[in-house]
Design a protein around this ligand. Structure first.
Ligand code: ADP
Ligand code: MG
Length: 236
């Protein structure tokens, strides 16, 4: 589903060069649930942003579901960001003036779908995350966990192939965080969606099929299933 080859991304701040991605290579199979761990500043968000087409590489390539991101034209890149991937952020990124339903529906406006169908799809997505009774609530009228469920509904409403989540439980208490993890796990199981989650949360790491540890822009550990006991010492 995802193939990343020799990905490099360097930021220049005055005289300083920061290698946010330093020759990163890995593949992801369809339906895999991957946890990306590593200390602050190690390049985790940069990795997700470049996979999501929000940012470009300096060198190397990223191919997702057959699309080589570097060669996509603006229009195709917009379609890619809207249809192929769904984003979930630590701070939810919801529109505060809109209801839960409107927030989820926003994801469909680019899809050029009639309004009635958009509403139905948005409502169904909110039902799936257990918020059927909160569709008319605005973000401030929802708990953090509920807001994150709205953003999961928004990410899922276009049936993306890949979900990219950047510390999705970072702003939640442990109980709400656990629900979010269960929900993501559920989506993976039921819809065979590919999930990449950046996390400091070892409960997420343990749910994952595979754990990638990143340090100074490099993948320094790539651990699959059975060896997950090793994870604890890597998370903080
Ligand atoms: N837009 C930017 N301009 C300059 N430096 C950046 C920018 N974005 C990220 N960086 C730097 O790149 C490195 C990796 O950042 P990031 O991917 O956000 O790390 P993480 O998500 O693991 O905390 C950090 O040193 C960060 O300061
Ligand atoms: Mg980050």
């Amino acid at each position: 589903m995802i193939s990343i080859k020799n990905a490099k991304k360097t930021y220049r701040m005055g005289d300083e060069e920061i290698k946010a991605l330093d020759d990163v290579t890995f593949d992801v199979k369809q339906g895999e649930f991957i946890a990306i761990i590593g200390p602050s500043g190690s390049g985790k968000s940069t990795l997700l942003h470049t996979i999501g087409g929000l940012d470009s590489l300096d060198n190397g390539s990223i191919t997702v579901d057959g699309d080589d991101l570097a060669v996509l034209k603006d229009r195709d890149l917009a379609r890619y960001r809207n249809k192929t991937v769904g984003f979930i952020f630590q701070n939810f990124n919801l529109q505060s003036r809109y209801t839960a339903l409107d927030n989820v529906e926003l994801g469909l406006i680019f899809a050029g779908m009639p309004k009635k169908e958009r509403k139905e799809k948005a409502r169904a997505a909110l039902e799936k995350v257990g918020l059927a009774d909160r569709v008319s609530h605005k973000p401030t009228e929802l708990s953090g966990g509920q807001q994150q469920r709205v953003s999961i509904a928004r990410a899922m409403v276009n049936s993306p192939k890949v979900i990219l989540a950047d510390e999705p439980t970072g702003n939640l208490d442990s109980k709400s965080g656990e629900k979010i993890i269960e929900l993501l796990h559920d989506l993976q199981q039921k819809m065979n969606v590919t999930i990449l989650v950046v996390t400091h949360d070892d409960r997420i790491a343990h749910k994952a099929d595979r754990i990638l540890r990143i340090l100074d822009g490099k993948i320094v550990e790539d651990v699959t299933n059975g060896k997950k006991e090793a994870v604890k010492e890597y998370t903080d």
